[in-house]
Write a protein that binds this ligand. Structure first.
Ligand SMILES: [Zn+2]
Ligand SMILES: [Zn+2]
Length: 849
């Protein structure tokens, strides 16, 4: 240990030592209790950014904490290395996506190593390497066998800028999640994964994780899955054999339906209009609406537009005839592509009815106090539609509703669904908002879909023993939207595995979210050549104990990986429902926008980014990490501050200097101490040491890292309050100082591991902090008990005794305790107590004569 704190030297030394000792590599057969600490794997764009630094510093502190507690900690990293930017680089600059990706990985790996993040690099994986994507293809075939992967022509979300398909999630709000372009619709034949089959489970299984996942993430997932309970109902088409099926969550409002409204894509539309004089008008309108929808900005609610088709439908509950309309607000993708319009009880229908002067008929009345409680079987409502100036959308009492009049909505809904079922024109049903996951991409840089097309046999899956279907070295990148693989004849032309005839490979690749749906299972068994991973090995490590990443992945990655896990369970690879026990979503890292006072997420375009390499060079990895963890609670926004990071350097330097100054004397510290003999300051330090251990140990459970760092700083202040130089320290002070400094150093390791190791070595420990034994200090609850004061007791102004009391003690209690003190009692025996002076928290003086 040098006298001066030189971060670079210390960090190099320990990174090299850890590397040589393979300090962070773990064995699958280690008998210690496991802990799986996982951070979201990065896309290898080429450079780490501060969001990465924050993410990995959080994860690393937990990994260190658990290791120091004696757990066998799996802390792996890999690369989400398929995807868009590599291909964009190929298109723009003509570089090979593989070379570009590999170079970026090497660079970023170096950056992570300079940060000293404690990864088990022996388990590193990369999605673009054939030994990994082979298993994406394997899973795809397993899903194909079970009918969970299927192909259909569909209207897809298309990013016109990047010329690629986007999933619903990736085009949320009508804009491309990557480049922000307005998304348009296109018809393409696409592969889908049947995530909808798991919709119910994705909701139901949330109860297994809801205590340890952020509610905001669960809410977004619930909204995506979008379960609604309701009923299918048929309307008969007048003078036709056809029926129009609608989905409604409010069958109790059926008597208020004044129209049936179809989506412009509704498959029945052409047939219904075959005989109609209006058919050309309706078709023209439908085409116009479709074109508008295809380019619509979904974030802006379009004005509702509709057209009466002239077709009539019959409400089978009331026998009443209502007009059939086409409108732009009914989408084919949701429900049945047809709705009943109940203006009195639905805001959207109300607005539509107002615009087109459709009748508004109230059939639900609010429950008034006189109704509530009583059995409202015979309420006769009056038609109040004249007063209705907005929709009444709550549950209430049915009025104007035939046999159901007077019933509560809650009662009527199941009864009416059952009635429709009995009569054969409907049934209770549950629908979901979530759509199947479109995974086809017209991209080069992804895992090829492992099927071929043969003129004789049709679509044929590639046999398992022929996996992986390897990407060719390169392709021509035109940026035209055609899959680049289609332009590589050596790839496309193959033989049919069934008949040996000529066949063509599928030229689409899979969405990169396939790669990231199961990657953390592969870490458990990363070199397995016969399976994605060995079940029994994965069982030892998974589910992940703590997952850490940005909340931008709340609905894509984190839904897909839950789906994938349920599928893996169903094919016997794992034996649980949920892959991640506890999730932490970290806040953003922001910085002032140049020349302004606005704080925004760091980004290249705003010029407010901070380069982690420069930060490490200027301040050291330890101080950088300490700052990042101290500056804000992990889930909050983290504001970059040069002053803050300088403060972190200063703190580390002060601790380092103190350890250096004390280390030789501490070697002489006794092994035990009698607490009763300690000075007030020494007692206070012992107490603080044990309080700090207790606090940080419990703070880690909630990842309250900023308060842990604050507690370390307080402990160090208390150490300085000991106010004694090493050379003058008594034996008992040496004991207390050693206990405090050693605890401080070990507890600093999760935040600043290099300098912690250096100081630990400086304190005379030949085995490092990672020696396989639990090194985290234990707290003694007795010693950690709250603060106490030592109060001198004087008799006639002379110090005669001391009282140890709590600082909250009252004056009367202090007085009584002083008079009851044994030494004092014997001194004042037989004398008259004239008065007792109490200076709160300071002194008691007993005046006698
Ligand atoms: Zn885009
Ligand atoms: Zn064939």
């Amino acid at each position: 240990m040098d006298e001066k704190y030189f971060p670079e030297q210390i960090e190099n030394k320990w990174q090299q030592r850890w590397n040589e000792a393979r300090a962070f590599e773990v064995n699958n057969d280690d008998p210690r209790q496991k802990f799986y600490c996982l951070e979201m794997l990065p896309y290898p764009s080429g450079f780490l950014h501060m969001g990465h630094v924050r993410n990995y510093s959080i994860g690393d502190s937990l990994a260190w904490f658990k290791r120091l507690q004696g757990f066998n900690v799996l802390h792996p990293i890999g690369w989400d290395s398929f995807g868009q930017p590599a291909e964009q680089a190929a298109i723009k600059r003509g570089v090979n996506p593989r070379d570009w990706t590999e170079e970026n990985i090497q660079h970023m790996k170096g950056q992570l190593q300079r940060l000293g993040i404690s990864y088990d690099w022996s388990r590193e994986i990369a999605a673009h390497r054939p030994d990994y994507y082979k298993w994406d293809q394997w899973f795809f075939l397993k899903m194909l066998e079970r009918g969970l992967a299927y192909k259909k022509v569909s209207q897809v979300n298309w990013c016109p800028n990047e010329q690629t398909v986007l999933s619903n999630e990736q085009s949320s709000g009508g804009v491309c999640w990557r480049c922000g372009a307005h998304v348009v619709k296109r018809d393409l034949e696409q592969w889908f994964l049947r995530i909808t089959k798991y919709a119910e489970q994705l909701l139901e299984d949330m109860k297994e994780i809801d205590a340890a996942w952020p509610e905001k993430v669960l809410k977004r997932q619930r909204d995506w899955v979008g379960r609604s309970e309701g009923a299918y109902l048929d309307f008969a088409v007048k003078d036709s054999r056809h029926k129009i099926r609608v989905f409604t969550t409010r069958i109790d409002t059926i008597f208020g339906a004044t129209a049936v409204v179809l989506s412009p894509d509704h498959p029945l539309l052409d047939e219904l209009l075959a005989e109609s004089a209006l058919k050309d008008d309706v078709r023209a309108f439908a085409e116009k609406v479709k074109a508008e929808l295809a380019t619509a900005d979904e974030t802006v609610e379009a004005e509702k537009e509709g057209l009466n088709t002239g077709v009539l439908a019959i409400n089978l509950f009331s026998g009443e005839t209502v007009p059939v309309w086409v409108a732009n607000y009914v989408l084919m993708e949701y429900g049945t592509g047809a709705v009943m319009s109940v203006p009195a009880h639905d805001e959207r229908d109300f607005e539509f009815a107002q615009k087109y002067s459709l009748p508004i008929r109230q059939v639900i009345a609010p429950v008034t106090h006189q109704h509530a409680g009583a059995e409202p079987t015979s309420v006769t409502g009056t038609d109040q539609s004249a007063d209705l100036n907005r929709a009444f959308t709550e549950f209430g009492i049915l009025i104007n509703s035939g046999d159901w009049g007077g019933k509560l909505s809650e009662v009527a809904i199941p009864e009416m669904s059952a009635y429709a079922k009995e009569k054969g024109f409907g049934e209770a049903a549950v629908t979901f908002r979530i759509r199947d996951w479109g995974v086809s991409r017209q991209r080069f840089w992804g895992a090829p879909v492992p099927v071929v097309y043969c003129d004789n046999c049709g679509m044929v899956p590639v046999p398992y023993d022929q996996l992986p279907v390897v990407l060719p070295q390169n392709a021509t990148f035109t940026g035209s939207g055609e899959s680049p693989l289609a332009g590589v004849p050596e790839f496309v032309n193959t033989t049919c595995p069934k008949c040996d005839g000529p066949a063509r490979r599928d030229t689409d690749t899979m969405d990169t979210f396939v790669d990231s749906s199961w990657y953390f299972f592969r870490y458990c068994d990363p070199r397995n050549e016969s399976m994605p991973f060995d079940s029994s090995i994965a069982q030892q490590w998974t589910p992940v104990d703590q997952y850490i990443g940005g909340d931008s992945h709340a609905v894509m990655h984190l839904i897909y990986t839950r789906f994938w896990t349920k599928f893996m369970r169903d094919i016997g690879l794992v034996n649980f429902d949920e892959p991640v026990k506890s999730l932490m979503t970290q806040g953003m890292v922001t910085n002032r926008v140049q020349g302004g006072d606005e704080w925004k997420a760091m980004s290249k375009s705003l010029g407010n980014g901070v380069d982690p390499d420069q930060m490490i060079a200027a301040f050291g990895a330890d101080a950088s990490r300490l700052f990042v963890l101290f500056a804000a609670p992990v889930e909050n926004e983290l504001r970059w501050s040069e002053t803050g990071i300088e403060g972190a350097v200063r703190f580390l330097r002060r601790v380092y200097t103190a350890v250096y100054a004390w280390k030789d004397r501490l070697a002489e510290a006794p092994k035990t101490v009698n607490t009763d003999e300690l000075s007030v300051d020494a007692r206070a330090l012992r107490r603080k040491t044990h309080q700090t251990i207790a606090k940080i140990t419990s703070d880690f459970d909630q990842l309250h890292l900023n308060t842990s760092v604050a507690a370390l700083m307080e402990l160090f202040n208390q150490f300085n309050d000991l106010n004694v130089t090493p050379s003058r320290a008594s034996q008992s002070e040496l004991f207390v100082a050693k206990e405090a400094l050693e605890a401080l150093v070990v507890m600093l390791a999760p935040f600043a591991p290099h300098v912690a190791e250096e100081m630990w070595e400086g304190l005379g420990h030949t085995e490092g902090l990672l020696n396989g034994r639990p090194m985290w200090p234990n707290t003694d609850p007795e010693l950690a008990r709250r603060e106490e004061l030592e109060i001198p007791i004087q008799v006639n102004g002379k110090l005669r005794s001391r009282l140890i009391t709590s600082p909250e003690v009252s004056e009367d209690e202090l007085k009584a305790a002083a008079l009851a003190d044994d030494k004092v009692k014997s001194l004042i025996q037989g004398q008259e107590v004239v008065k007792v002076v109490v200076v709160p928290r300071r002194l008691v003086n007993i005046v006698v004569r």
